[in-house]
Design a protein around this ligand. Structure first.
Ligand code: CP
Length: 300
């Protein structure tokens, strides 16, 4: 594994190895020391969890981070090309972790520099490190990744986390229920990928029809920033709001995941239920990202 750009770059063995490394890091069985190593965190889109959990992951292993949020204070504002910027940063850092609003930007970066590149989200395309921490959260809460019934609800068109998660689950025989407004359905190329892997998936619009059967309910935000026309956003805003009353008679093992940030799609009174797992899920991001960095730096 030289880079982590898309879940399609990983096979089942790679995924299991990464999750096992994360588990050993969390339990303290595995101590990684990357003192002297530098990660360049290049974030051209806002972030709370991905940015801070990668920075935390570096620091917990004794490494350090250089953080660039936007290009306003860099020589890009004087006309320097993106490739020259990346080449320069690769002279200082040992690994680049990049978030961009442009689909394909991480793949491009990986073709420019010789150091490992991690895709921390590229537009509406992919968010593989989120998918890995989602798998880790599913494994921790269900004790397995195999043959689970997983519902994904909300903005499946622009939500990059669900694109990566569908690909991440491909080798674990899931039954996937895709619940979204008509205009925010899962892109055809992700459905084609699932068909190719013979994944059992179904589309629907009503969460109430399926919630009682699910092991995992993965809720996503409507991605307002990806709409070209705000009127279109207003038509679908608030389409799905998970309330406590909807959790009557769900399976005991149900866990609700959300990549966060949350806007209004999960009522805050769900937070205190035994089903809510989205904040521990964010914590799992640190162990998973420690495992990703350590693997790409050749430390495990
Ligand atoms: N889940 C996620 O990517 O959150 P941030 O946008 O806050 O990094």
């Amino acid at each position: 594994m030289k880079n982590l750009i898309s879940m399609r770059d990983l096979d089942k063995a790679d995924i299991i190895k990464l999750l096992s490394t994360a588990e050993k890091i969390e339990s303290g069985e595995l101590k990684i020391n990357i003192e002297g190593k530098l990660a360049a965190l290049l974030f051209f889109e806002p972030s709370t969890r991905t940015l801070f959990s990668f920075d935390t992951a570096m620091k917990k292993m004794g490494g350090k981070s250089l953080i660039m949020t936007g290009t306003g204070t860099t020589s890009v504002s004087k006309g320097e090309s993106f490739s020259d910027t990346l080449m320069t940063i690769s002279q200082y850092a040992d690994i680049i972790i990049q978030r961009s609003p442009i689909e394909g930007a991480a793949r491009y970066a990986s073709e420019v520099v010789d150091i490992p590149v991690v895709n921390a989200g590229d537009g509406a395309n992919q968010h593989p490190t989120q998918a890995l921490l989602d798998l880790y959260s599913i494994m921790k809460t269900q004790g397995t990744l195999e043959s689970l019934k997983i519902g994904m609800v909300g903005d499946l068109k622009f939500g990059r986390t669900v694109h990566s998660l569908c690909q991440a689950l491909a080798d674990f025989q899931p039954e996937i229920h895709l619940i979204s407004p008509t205009h925010l359905r899962m892109p055809q190329h992700i459905l084609d990928d699932m068909d190719e892997k013979e994944i059992n998936w179904k589309e629907g619009e009503r969460l109430e029809n399926i919630i009682k059967e699910l092991d995992i309910l993965y809720v996503t935000r409507i991605q307002k920033e990806r709409f070209a026309d705000l009127d279109d956003y207003k038509k679908v805003k608030g389409s799905y709001i998970l309330s406590r009353s909807m959790l009557n008679d769900v399976k005991k093992n149900l866990k609700i995941l959300h990549p966060l940030p949350r806007v209004d799609e999960i009522d805050t009174d769900v937070d205190a239920t035994e089903y809510a797992y989205y904040f521990p899920q964010a914590r799992n991001g640190v162990f998973t990202r420690q495992a990703i960095i350590a693997t790409l730096l050749g430390e495990v």
